[in-house]
Design a binder for this molecule. Structure first.
Ligand code: FAD
Length: 468
């Protein structure tokens, strides 16, 4: 006999586990089917959390080696203890995933351990981890099965010499030369980690710029700052093949538009060309759930798929592949299914690259506004003119705010600089409330803070910054 639930979510990542918790808060009987040995999905196990642990640890190492003298702090020889750094990362992951288990117990959510398959609307079959089958009757089914690294033809992964981000989070030693294929945020974050720990790092990118979705001016400055840290870039270049040897890998490179091939030797290759939706074994064809030509499950504004009673959220549907986007969709779908008006504002989803300095953005870029023929004003303020940034000797970068020329409403904000990922949130809140640059400019900001650079950029939209 099947166990019966109001709400069954397949996938225990930030989309799925948050949806499960919100549905339980709203009084539903909830089960979450997850086949991984720990809850938390890509984000907690092999994504956001372990990468941020390694970024934090490697940043401390790099700072101790290179950046303390300016503050009058002398240190002796600085040594890397890579196993201890990895152990810290593993503990952070374990603590976080156990935290989700605790939340499931607190909300009486059943974690059904195994691989879920949708038999039809209202019925999920589970190949239970360790053997056996379970059937779940479900009032509503929510698919939250996430994404996986996109493969690159001719460059097969072995997770030792040729790795995805998962392998790059667990290298046993610092490579002497790491080649990162793909200049997106995952490649740049992992490239930064290993560069700081001593690897020579080369990023090969097909396009003529890094972080393609990002504001062009910020992207250029970002590349310059990473180059200053010793990362090399080969733009407008494609990797066409990889040959393994005992000692390393020989990559074949060509100009993006075609031309003479050249070889690039390295000992580790990270393939980070993007991610694709993961729906293997879910039985979507059989039950008629439609996907687009990129494999994304198609949903309407209520997250319902082409089959009534089956919903989808997170990386497996359209929109940015980000944990907080998945979480907000998880909350929204649970609220909609409880008869409330859940929604996600896709115009105000921040995107952050956790390198040093950090890069953060929300809303539209200048390029997008030009393309849409929207008239806009720009306000910019550099961290060199911010007292707190000077005190910390972290003056690289700037804040740029884009506001509607007629209404002054904030349309986008792009920050490169210290703690950009934290700073962006005051602009996210302002945008969520439909705020103007004037609203930010007239808000009292504590002194001395990095946030004052945001206020000054807002003042600069109206050409009246005080400190520049
Ligand atoms: C290296 C890296 C760094 C990242 N850093 C960030 C960051 O800093 N900030 C950010 O916002 N995002 C980051 N991301 C992206 C983020 O991890 C994803 O956007 C997020 O995890 C998507 O959540 P999700 O719930 O949709 O899917 P996932 O987290 O992928 O979870 C899906 C889960 O479903 C399970 N599953 C799949 N099929 C089945 C099945 N049939 N039965 C049972 N279980 C199944 C999988 O095992 C998985 O655990 C990063 C990703 C990577 C790879």
């Amino acid at each position: 006999m099947a166990d019966s639930y109001d709400f069954v979510v397949i996938g225990g990542g930030p989309g799925g586990y948050v949806a499960a918790i919100r549905a339980a808060q709203l009084g539903m009987k909830v089960a979450c089917v997850e086949k991984r040995a720990a809850l938390g999905g890509t984000c907690l196990n092999v994504g956001c959390i372990p990468s941020k642990a390694l970024l934090a640890s490697s940043e401390k190492f790099a700072e101790t080696k290179r950046h303390l003298a300016v503050h009058g702090v002398k240190v002796g020889a600085v040594e890397l203890d890579l196993p201890a750094m990895m152990a810290h990362k593993d503990k952070v992951v374990a603590d976080n995933t156990k935290g989700v288990e605790f939340l499931f117990r607190k909300h009486k959510i059943a974690w059904v351990k195994g691989a879920g398959r949708i038999a039809r609307a209202g019925r999920v079959e589970v190949a239970v981890a360790g053997g056996g089958e379970a059937s779940l009757d479900a009032g509503h089914i929510v698919i939250a099965t996430g994404s996986e690294s996109a493969p690159l033809a001719g460059v097969a992964l072995d997770e030792k010499q040729i790795v995805s981000s998962t392998g790059a989070l667990a290298l046993a030693k610092v490579p002497s030369h790491l080649v990162v294929i793909g200049g997106g945020y995952i490649g740049l974050e992992m490239g930064s980690v290993w560069r700081r720990l001593g690897a020579q790092v080369t990023v090969v990118e097909f396009l003529d710029r890094i972080v393609p979705g990002m504001d062009g001016e910020v992207g250029k400055q970002f590349q310059r700052l990473l180059e200053r840290q010793g990362i090399k870039f080969r733009l407008s270049t494609k990797v066409t093949g990889a040959a393994r040897s005992e000692s390393g890998v020989k990559l074949a490179l060509e100009p993006a538009q075609g031309g003479a091939s050249e070889a690039l030797d390295c000992d580790v290759v990270l393939v980070a060309i993007g991610r694709r939706p993961y729906t293997e074994g879910l039985g979507l064809e059989a039950c008629g759930v439609a996907r687009d030509n990129r494999g994304m499950i198609q949903v309407d504004e209520r997250f319902e798929t082409s089959v009534k009673g089956i919903y989808a959220i997170g990386d497996v549907i359209r929109g940015p592949m980000l944990a907080h986007k998945a979480e907000d969709e998880g909350v929204a779908v649970a609220e909609i299914l409880a008869g409330q008006k859940g929604h996600v504002n896709y115009d105000a989803i921040p995107g952050i690259v956790y390198t040093w300095p950090e890069v953060a953005s929300v809303g539209r870029t200048e390029e997008q506004l030009k393309q849409a023929q929207v008239q806009y004003k720009i306000g910019k303020f550099p961290f060199t003119a911010n007292g707190r940034a000077r005190a910390a000797a972290e003056t690289d970068g700037f804040v740029k705010i884009l506001a509607d020329a007629a209404t002054d409403r904030v349309l986008g904000c792009h920050i490169i600089g210290p703690d950009a990922g934290t700073l962006i949130h005051e602009v996210v809140v302002a945008m969520e409330f439909g705020g103007s640059a004037e609203d930010i400019a007239r808000t009292c900001h504590g002194h001395p803070t990095l946030n004052e650079a945001v206020k000054e950029a807002a003042l600069a939209v109206d050409k009246r910054p005080i400190h520049i």
